[in-house]
Design a protein around this ligand. Structure first.
Ligand code: SF4
Length: 278
């Protein structure tokens, strides 16, 4: 069975209508990622997408485009796709998708604004960390400066996005510094939500090789909890921002809106660190 049979989507989109746009990942080089390791990247044919839309429920209100990074299809195809969605699903008010910094680079602010007006309303972006050395170590393919620049472009084009961060990613002894610099990065733009993931070492990844060779030591559970607390302490959003650690990989489930819930969330973690150390 091809791994392409596995469809990944955010837990917030569990009840959203899924529309396959790409299969596999056009980059496929992040050291920690095993999702599409054995899959060949390809685009779903426009005729196949149209067939799905023709057979869709006409009153659908939200669509999630599946694939690691549907924006890799480029502006013209994305615009046609959004127009097609509008034609067959006229009540759809929000098209959401994963996106990578590397692909947003290819779009101008004007093009992003056009896509926003055509229905693209929410992106999920893997920022992972605000440290350039760790982005490089994980072969993420973008720098912090580039990430901030692209995030600001989205702000200008009024496309909302959720920022996915990965605690534990900097390794043992580096978590506090990672949290401070990651918060500094997030503080430079407006994001609807920060979604945290907990670093997981998957078989067959470059990161797993690094761990086996002793080149990367994952931080302890307690260090990771301190990292989440430090991140929260340093986040100063320009507008209300949801902080969400409820993805299944997380070691603690927290959800609230910053800045008003900041103290509550920090206190919840503080208790956890004290009661359940490693
Ligand atoms: S993390 Fe995203 S961009 Fe990186 S290899 Fe995995 S799917 Fe591709």
């Amino acid at each position: 069975m091809l791994k392409n049979d596995t469809v990944y989507y955010p837990q917030d989109e569990m009840t959203t209508v899924l529309l396959p746009v790409t299969l596999g990942c056009s980059y496929n080089k992040c050291a920690f990622c095993s999702m599409y390791k054995d899959d060949k990247y390809c685009e779903v044919a426009s005729s196949d997408i149209e067939m799905q839309l023709i057979n869709g429920y006409v009153y659908t209100e939200k669509v999630f485009l599946t694939g690691a990074e549907p924006l890799s299809i480029g502006f013209d195809k994305m615009k046609k796709l959004l127009d097609m969605i509008h034609k067959y699903l006229p009540y759809c008010a929000c098209v959401a998708s994963y996106a990578s910094i590397k692909n947003i680079v290819k779009y101008t602010i004007e093009e992003l604004s056009i896509l926003h007006d055509a229905g693209l309303r929410l992106l999920y972006i893997g920022f992972e960390t605000g440290r350039d050395d760790i982005l490089k170590l994980m072969n993420k393919g973008h720098s912090v400066k580039e990430a901030v620049k692209q995030a600001k472009k989205l702000n200008e084009a009024k496309i909302q996005f959720n920022s996915i961060l990965m605690y534990g990613i900097a390794g043992e002894g580096e978590s506090i510094d990672n949290a401070v610099l990651t918060a500094n990065m997030i503080n430079q733009f407006k994001t609807k939500k920060v979604i945290t993931m907990n670093l997981t070492i998957f078989d067959g990844t470059k990161l797993n090789n690094m761990v086996e060779k002793g080149d990367f030591i994952p931080p302890s559970r307690n260090e990771r909890l301190v990292e989440i607390r430090t991140l929260l302490e340093n986040l100063e959003p320009k507008q209300p921002m949801i902080f969400d650690t409820t993805h299944p990989t997380n070691i603690i489930k927290l959800k609230g809106t910053l800045p008003q819930d900041k103290d509550r969330l920090i206190n919840e973690i503080a208790n956890y660190i004290k009661v359940k150390p490693d």
